[in-house]
Design a protein around this ligand. Structure first.
Ligand code: GLA
Length: 382
C-alpha cells in the first residue's frame, strides 16, 4: 500500500481563553463508575492513584467528575449542590483535596433541563440542568475552585428547544466573566458538526457518540475521525473522539495500544476512564507511554489524517514540529497484514511502542502488523 503525504495547510481559526495549549489529559469518572457508583471516595482514590502511579507526571492533570454528582434538586436559592450521601464533604473540599495533590478539578453540567443520566440511567433528579441558571452555576463552579467544565448536550434541542451553538456560547460567555480560568469541554456527540464551528467556543468538542470498551466501537470511532481531521484542532481547541476506554471491557493490550496510538496521532484529549489504582502493568505502560504522549502534544500544522487505506490496513500520519513525521500503521482486521507508507526522503525511524530506533527508511516504511494492532513510528529527517 502506498501512502502519499499530502501538503498540509494550517487551519484558520483559533480559540482565545489561553487554555489547552496541548490536548488536556486527566481522569474522568464516567467510563469507570458511570452513575450511581460515583462517590467522593472514588474521586479521592483516583487523585491519589494519579499521583502514586506516575500518571500525573506523564501529564494526567485533570480529575473530572462526570454526571451523577448532583443532589436530586437545587437548593432553596437555586444553586446546584452535591448528592449529600455520596459527596458528604461537598465539592469545594473535594476540589481542595485534588489540588493538594498537584492536580486540577473538573465537573459536569448540561445546557438544558435534563442531564444525560436523567434520560439514560433513570437518575432521579429535577431541575439540575443549567438552563436559566447559567450565570449562577458558573459562579458556583468558581466558588468551588473548579478548573474544567464538561457541558453535555443530552437532547437539549428536542427537550428544551435549544440550539447548540447559542447554548454552548452562552456558558462560554459566563465562564469568560469569571476571575478563574475554566477549561471548557463541550459534548454534543458530533451531531451539529462542532468541528466546523466550535473553535471560538470551546477548548474541546466531542466528535462522536460514546466510545464503548470493545474493538468494534474503537474502530468505528477511529473511522469517523477521518472526515473530521480536515477541520483539525489547533492549540487551544481540539477534536475529542471521547475518553479513553483503556483498562475496560474486552479490549486487549494490543487493542489498547492501537487505541492510544490513534488518539495520540489525532491530538486527542487523553482522559483515562478506569480505576488508576488497579491498572495492570500493560494498561499503565500504555497510558504512560511518554513517546506516544509527546506525539499527542506535538501540533505542527494539523492533527493526524488517514493517508491511505487498503483492506484492513490503514496509514495515518502527521507532520511533527521538528520537521519529522509521526505515523500509525493500523490493522483494523482479523489477520496479519503488511502495511507500508511512502515517505519521500531519508528518515531515521523509531518505534514508539518498542522504544527503539529501528533503522533508516529511504522513501518507504513498512511493518507487518498483527490483528487489531498498530505500529507507531516517529520519523526524523537525516
Ligand atoms: C453522555 C456523554 C458521556 C457522559 C454521560 C453522562 O452519554 O456522552 O460522556 O457524560 O452522558 O450521563
Amino acid at each position: 500500500m502506498l501512502a502519499v503525504l499530502l501538503s498540509w495547510s494550517p487551519p484558520v481559526h483559533a480559540v482565545s481563553n489561553g487554555l489547552a495549549r496541548t490536548p488536556p489529559m486527566g481522569w474522568n469518572s464516567w467510563n469507570q463508575v458511570r452513575c450511581y457508583d460515583l462517590t467522593e471516595q472514588v474521586v479521592r482514590d483516583a487523585a491519589d492513584a494519579l499521583a502514586s502511579t506516575g500518571m500525573r507526571e506523564a501529564g494526567y492533570h485533570y480529575v473530572v467528575i462526570d454526571d451523577c454528582w448532583q443532589a436530586p434538586t437545587r437548593a432553596a436559592d437555586g444553586s446546584l449542590r452535591p448528592d449529600p450521601v455520596r459527596f458528604p464533604g461537598g465539592i469545594a473540599a473535594l476540589a481542595e483535596y485534588v489540588h493538594d495533590r498537584g492536580l486540577l478539578f473538573g465537573i459536569y453540567a448540561v445546557p438544558g433541563s435534563r442531564t444525560c443520566a436523567m434520560a439514560n440511567d433513570g437518575y432521579p433528579a429535577t431541575g439540575i440542568g443549567s438552563l436559566g441558571h447559567e450565570r449562577q452555576d458558573a459562579g458556583t463552579f468558581e466558588d468551588w475552585d473548579v478548573d474544567y467544565l464538561k457541558y453535555d448536550w443530552c437532547n437539549a434541542d428536542t427537550v428544551d428547544g435549544l440550539q447548540p451553538q447559542a447554548a454552548f456560547a452562552k456558558m462560554r460567555d459566563e465562564l469568560a466573566r469569571l476571575d478563574r480560568p475554566i477549561m471548557y469541554a463541550i459534548s454534543e456527540y458530533g451531531l451539529s458538526r462542532p468541528w466546523t464551528w466550535a473553535r471560538p467556543v470551546a477548548n474541546l468538542w466531542r466528535t462522536t457518540f460514546d466510545l464503548q470498551p470493545e474493538w468494534t466501537s474503537v474502530r468505528g470511532v477511529i473511522d469517523q475521525q477521518a472526515a473530521v481531521a480536515e477541520s483539525s484542532g489547533l492549540p487551544g481547541g481540539w477534536n475529542d473522539p471521547d475518553m479513553l476506554q483503556i483498562g475496560n471491557g474486552t479490549l486487549t493490550d494490543a487493542e489498547n495500544r492501537a487505541h492510544f496510538s490513534m488518539w495520540a496521532i489525532l491530538n486527542a484529549p487523553l482522559f483515562a476512564g478506569t480505576d488508576p489504582a488497579k491498572l495492570g502493568a500493560g494498561d499503565l505502560e500504555t497510558l504512560t507511554n511518554t513517546e506516544a504522549i509527546a506525539v499527542d502534544r506535538d501540533f505542527a500544522v494539523a492533527q493526524g489524517r488517514r493517508l491511505a487505506v487498503s483492506g484492513a490496513g490503514e496509514v495515518w500520519g502527521k507532520p511533527l514540529s521538528d520537521g519529522g513525521f509521526a505515523l500509525v500503521l493500523l490493522n483494523t482486521g482479523n489477520t496479519l497484514t503488511s502495511i507500508s507508507a511512502s515517505i519521500p526522503g531519508i528518515w531515521a525511524v523509531r518505534d514508539l511502542w518498542l522504544h527503539k530506533d529501528v533503522g533508516t527508511a529511504d522513501g518507504t516504511v513498512s511493518a507487518t502488523v498483527a490483528p487489531h494492532s498498530a505500529t507507531m513510528l516517529r520519523l526524523t529527517d537525516r
